[in-house]
Design a binder for this molecule. Structure first.
Ligand code: TYD
Length: 206
């Protein structure tokens, strides 16, 4: 049993997840909530080490299944050491990316299978899912143009990132109660206001 609330930000490259999750964390802290803000892959020393392996362009051609397992391993460690303890304390956890990144990137874009990758993540985390996921939806041509020095995954062709985008949209459409889908090309402040309003409603704190 957990007492806190778990909010994940999802979306493609350059969608503005970290800007929005930071704005939400500030908003919640200003309302007196205790917030744990974190990100995937990463969040603990071991998970950050796995992140380096996953993003290093020197590992181009990493086996798809090995990639899926490494993301799941990093998530298992992150949930066990950071996210679950924070939720048990009653914190609001705000995380950049969570299991639906694995489902969209590895399950759908890599073609490993949506169900299989979701099950792998649920196994790794003891069944943890976010209470709310915010999908910042952006055209990959736009998002990728905002980045500099692509890492191993960002270096995939734009058509591949298009599959990731479609994957996220499908996942969100299949779970509308858990997802807030926003057009990430809208002004940053407008997006922040809409996200804060949805989270305040979730917290019963309008
Ligand atoms: P991230 O640090 O969020 O990159 P960015 O800030 O550029 O969005 O994530 C690193 C990369 O890892 C990103 O390309 C998405 C990818 N990823 C997966 O493929 N599967 C996963 O489960 C996660 C968490 C991330």
């Amino acid at each position: 049993m957990t007492r806190g609330i778990f909010i994940a930000f999802e979306g493609g490259e350059g969608a503005g997840k970290s800007t929005q999750s930071s704005a939400l964390a500030d908003h919640l802290a200003a309302r007196g909530h205790v917030v744990t803000r974190t990100r995937e892959p990463g969040g603990t020393p071991a998970a950050e080490a796995i992140r380096s392996v996953l993003l290093d362009p020197a590992n181009a051609g990493l086996d798809d299944r090995a990639e899926a397992l490494l993301f799941a391993a990093a998530r298992g460690e992150h949930v066990a050491r950071v996210i679950r303890p924070a939720l048990e304390r009653g914190d609001i956890v705000v995380c950049d990316r969570f299991m639906d990144s694995s489902v969209a990137y590895q399950g759908i874009a890599r073609g490993l299978g949506r169900e299989r990758v979701a099950d792998l993540s649920l196994w790794a985390t003891g069944g943890l899912r976010p209470d709310l996921a915010v999908l910042l939806d952006v055209d990959p041509a736009l998002g990728l143009a905002r980045l500099e020095g692509p890492d191993r995954l960002e270096a995939e062709p734009v058509e591949w990132h298009q599959r990731v985008r479609e994957g996220f949209r499908q996942i969100a459409a299949d779970d509308p109660d858990r997802y807030l889908v926003l057009d990430a090309s809208r002004p940053v402040e407008d997006l922040a206001i809409e996200i804060a309003a949805r989270v305040d409603e979730l917290l019963g704190d309008p």
